[in-house]
Ligand binder design. Sequence first.
Ligand code: ATP
Ligand code: MG
Length: 331
Amino acid sequence: MRIFSGIQPTGRKHLGNYIGAIRQYVDGQDRGDPAIYCIVDLHAITVAYDPGELRERVLDTTAILIAAGLDPARCILFRQGDVQEHTELTWLLSSVTELGRLNRMHQFRDKSVAQRELVSAGLLMYPVLMAADVLAYRAHEVPVGEDQREHLEVMRDIAERFNSRYGEDVLVVPEQRTPEVGARVRDLQEPERKMSTTGSSELGTIYVLEEPDAIVRKFKRAVTDSGTEIRRAPDKPGVSNLIEILAVARGTSPEEVEASLADARGYGDLKAAVAEAVVEWLAPVRERYAELRGDEAALEGILAAGAEKARAMASETLADVRWVMGVGPAR
Ligand code: ATP
Ligand code: MG
């Protein structure tokens, strides 16, 4: 079972990223053979960004992932831009990608309206690069949040079209893996929306590296509803979100959380409980991050070693893809 997932470079990873993706990465180390995780600097350049900061943000994310429990000895952790096979495969796969489909992607539509200066072709091609990331490793499983469903569909279509045109079994058609609880963590202020790096409110977003006081304050002000019952329901997205977050932070189930709060006096008790549990859960990550982030040479060393392993795998796939496509000399 090969596992692959990518994550954007930023020091402002939020609780949605942590619960929906990073927590699954850590588990994947025991199941993946191998588990491959990539910090996607090439995806980050598809919207306005600061070149001077990009390298720093890659190191921030590397340190967060290791602090969260990724062990470079048990997984392959690398920077996307270090493995050129990703970009070559993107071009090759673009020939079996339907343009209209890219145009209709929700992320493309949402992110293109947010751009002030330029809607780049890179933003349109984003899903093809993401397909190349995964398909280059012939990964079976992609641990991500629920919001990635559309990207996974496009990726699977690309793999299927490639295989039917150039020969079955060249590429592996991957499956999405989302956690049972916490696949879509919601913004604390606007629980109809997902918690997100771009386009969610500061007050509604809990960051992995945030100070305990701020975390407590944000949970205290979380939007709930006018009732008092602590149980999950479709018309109670705010309360349901808090229950799910608490379950994950405590390592129990939402049912157990509901039972444990059966005698609570109201939503205040729920908010206090979730704040306390999240502060306690994230504290060791924050401490380890501070230790790791200072040693940039060590972080770069980990990424370089990861890139070497990744390149060895991706170059095998590329050799096969080039061959069946008729690109380059006979082998
Ligand atoms: P952006 O808003 O710019 O797309 P993001 O917050 O979605 O950023 P990404 O780096 O795109 O962050 O996502 C990293 C991983 O976190 C992905 O696997 C994504 O599915 C997951 N994820 C993002 N937001 C949530 C959320 N609210 N709940 C659960 N998983 C999430
Ligand atoms: Mg996203």
